[in-house]
Design a binder for this molecule. Structure first.
Ligand SMILES: Nc1ncnc2c1ncn2[C@@H]1O[C@H](COP(=O)(O)OP(=O)(O)OP(=O)(O)O)[C@@H](O)[C@H]1O
Length: 694
């Protein structure tokens, strides 16, 4: 792969953002603290309140607003920035105080009193109230203990009663809201279903927060938004809904499972603009409401928060197939997480295990069994939110998924909001998409090809003769005869391993165990192996081989599974295995370190054809062409991988192999015959391959 860093290129975003620069700046106003709040903060510093997060030690005073918080990034001036813009920015300022008041209302009076004194109150994300513990305020820069007084039953009852007065009960996902606001109140219950904890999140409509992906929104493709909890996904898709409905006059329908996008109550919050909102009576019915939205309301765009189940993923794919633009969030931080989540895989097109024919595998320079995307992804592009101001954009989700499945670097752009008034975001393009597409072999197989290569594999499996190493001898490994093979893992996710095995149809043959005494093999990541010296000791004690993977990419996992089960012969692809110590088996990427020469390829093909067409089916020995000694070594390894033996018919300086059929103990005499088939002195027919030139 190319040297990515040398290709890093900063590209200033195109003019589209300039037009909406004011909106971006309006966003920042939500975070600007005024002088009165600063003075409140000074009073607070002398009090008992403390920061509780590791970012701000308990003994430190309440946080001082740092330039890197929120949108206060370095500001680069833009040629088009002018004072008139700034004026309109101020006029667009919509302080969130009204809704913050509604939020503060539900807090116990003492908690509220302390909290309002905090200088960064405008940045408040959540208030956490757990029975018997001190109430906490969560800010972007850390947690802050609001009061030393532990939360009482009374406090919780009061808060719940205020939420209930406004909106009725908590829904079956234990969430509720405050009428006509975007705040979300989530309950934790004890076994008797009494509320013993509350997480009260401040919801905001942040105008301009979707500028960072304006081009994607306007492009009309479906957008998948992922990211860690609380990173701002809901806020982003709310703004996308508003932009599409108001600025682009699209028919937008929001399927609002917990009323988080459009706010609580029957009249939607102004933050969604003209977009329409469908409420979901029961979270388990989200998929039904998604389909209903398409069938009944003729939407051009559907917005959904939190696709989490297989049914919802299926409904999303149905919607996309009907040509409706889909903007949705899903559980997971990266595309890799989505690929590895069996319920959500359909969003990226689904995956399947495909076994390639020898020719195809060699042409693609990959292993024989690979994972491939089954079909087109539901979404055109994906946005991985890193923070509110930074995201990774995958313009072509199909290309990204294919790259990940092939164990290659996925193409993406890093976008950042860099400043308040000037440059709203930059693009950093580590891998230019076009270049990458050139490099990728057409990854989506057509159905005919898949069935062709699969039937290839069936034939091959019947004759498959994996190399057998013996666990007892110090430098060898026998794939255990017993099924399933028990694997003990170090820093390799059990779920990942089992998922790959399942996709390969080998889940019955492999099992992960927590008891190293039961294990047949150890599978460890190389980083863990370097750091954890006890792994080798454990392996030695239990006489277990260690399979070492460099990374937990799908490609490496597939290879690990095949090798652990003895389905990938070590000898047939000698460059993939290195024994770095007695019991380590390193699983390497398939890309050869140096390209094998044509002569080497020819020599190995000669061995394969000889074995598969003559030695095994006919039980006859085959004499190979003379080769250079380094190539003879490769041939020898390949022969051994079939559990066959050879004899050197040449001299020490001019070696030439003859492959012997299994169970043949007969001594072969050198043959210098140029005929295709001759008889040796013992009456065996020694065949030379007619199609290989001398
Ligand atoms: N661009 C932004 N500017 C200011 N505040 C924001 C922004 N984006 C999100 N927030 C605030 O951050 C908090 C979390 O945002 P949001 O609920 O959108 O996150 P999320 O990723 O959807 O969370 P979850 O996964 O838990 O549902 C909220 O208090 C929200 O108001």
């Amino acid at each position: 792969m190319r040297a990515l860093n040398s290709r890093l290129a900063l590209i200033d975003i195109n003019s589209s953002w300039q037009a909406s620069r004011r909106l971006i700046s309006a966003t920042t106003t939500a975070f600007s603290s005024d002088s009165s709040s600063s003075s409140s903060f000074r009073r607070t510093r002398g009090g008992r309140q403390r920061i509780a997060s590791s970012k701000s030690p308990a003994s430190s005073p309440a946080p001082v607003r740092r330039p890197s918080d929120g949108f206060s990034f370095d500001v680069r001036s833009s040629p088009s920035a002018d004072s008139s813009n700034s004026a309109s920015i101020s006029s667009r300022k919509t302080p969130p105080t009204v809704e913050l008041d509604a939020f503060l209302e539900i807090l116990p009076p003492t908690t509220r009193k302390e909290l309002v004194k905090h200088e960064a109150i405008e940045e408040l994300i959540e208030v956490v109230m757990d029975l018997g513990r001190k109430p906490l305020a969560r800010f972007p820069f850390g947690d802050w203990v609001i009061s030393e007084q532990p939360v009482t039953h009374q406090d919780l009852k009061l808060a719940v009663s205020k939420v209930c007065v406004c909106v009725g009960d908590f829904s079956d996902d234990n969430r509720s809201g405050i009428d006509r606001s975007l705040h979300r109140i989530s309950a934790i219950r004890n076994r008797k279903l009494q509320v013993i904890g509350l997480t009260c999140r401040v919801g905001r409509a942040v105008s301009g927060s979707a500028e960072i992906i304006r081009d994607l929104i306007e492009g009309g493709g479906s957008i998948l938004v992922i990211g860690s909890p609380g990173v701002g996904k809901t806020t982003l898709i709310r703004e996308i809904a508003r932009m599409l409905a108001d600025e682009h006059r699209k028919r937008v329908v929001i399927v609002d499972t917990s009323n988080e996008i459009g706010g609580d109550g029957d009249v939607p919050h102004s933050g969604i603009g003209r977009a329409r909102r469908m409420q979901v009576p029961n979270v388990n019915l989200q998929h039904d409401v998604m389909i209903e939205a398409v069938e009944n309301h003729m939407p051009e765009t559907i917005i959904i928060d939190e696709i989490g189940t297989e049914l919802e993923a299926l409904a999303a794919s149905t919607i996309a197939q009907r040509g409706v633009q889909l903007v949705a969030t899903a559980h997971g931080m990266t595309i890799d997480n989505i690929i590895k989540n069996p319920s959500l895989q359909i969003l990226i097109g689904g995956i399947e295990s495909v076994t390639l024919g020898d020719e195809e595998a060699r042409k693609r320079k990959v292993q024989k069994t690979i994972l491939e995307r089954k079909g087109p992804p539901t979404f055109t592009c994906a946005v991985e939110m890193i923070s509110r101001t930074e995201c990774r954009v995958h313009q072509r989700l199909d290309v990204t998924v294919d790259a990940i499945l092939a164990g290659k670097s996925a193409p993406f752009e890093i976008r950042q909001i860099r400043g308040e008034d000037d440059v709203p975001h930059k693009l950093v393009t580590p891998i230019p998409l076009e270049t990458l597409e050139e490099e990728q072999p057409a990854p989506l197989l057509n159905r005919d090809f898949v069935s062709e290569v699969l039937s290839d594999d069936e034939d091959e499996d019947e004759d498959f003769l994996p190399i057998r190493y013996s666990k007892a001898s110090s430098n060898t490994y026998t794939s255990p005869r017993s099924s399933p093979v028990h694997v003990y893992t170090y820093n390799v996710l059990e779920a990942d391993l089992l998922q790959v095995a399942e996709v390969m149809g080998l889940d019955d043959e492999i099992e992960v165990t927590d008891d190293v005494g039961e294990a047949d093999v150890i599978l460890a990541s190389s980083s863990e192996l370097k750091q954890n010296s006890s792994i080798r000791r454990v392996a030695k004690l239990h006489k277990l081989p260690i399979f070492v993977i460099k990374s937990t990419t799908m490609a490496q996992m597939v290879k690990a599974v095949r090798m652990i089960l003895g389905r990938e012969s070590f000898g047939s692809n000698p460059k993939t295995i290195e024994k770095s110590s007695v019991d380590d088996i390193e699983i390497k990427d398939d890309a050869p370190e140096s390209k094998p020469s044509l002569e080497e390829l020819d020599a190995l093909e000669e061995v394969r054809l000889a074995i598969e067409y003559i030695v095994i089916p006919g039980g006859e020995p085959v004499e190979l062409l003379p080769r250079r000694s380094d190539i003879i070594v490769r041939q020898l390894e390949l022969v051994e991988s079939y559990q066959l033996t050879v004899e050197n018919l040449g001299t020490h300086l001019n070696p030439r192999l003859q492959i012997l059929p299994r169970r043949s103990t007969k001594k072969m005499l050198p043959s210098s015959s140029s005929k295709n088939a001759t008889d040796d002195s013992m009456g065996n027919t020694v065949t030379r391959l007619p199609f290989l030139k001398d």
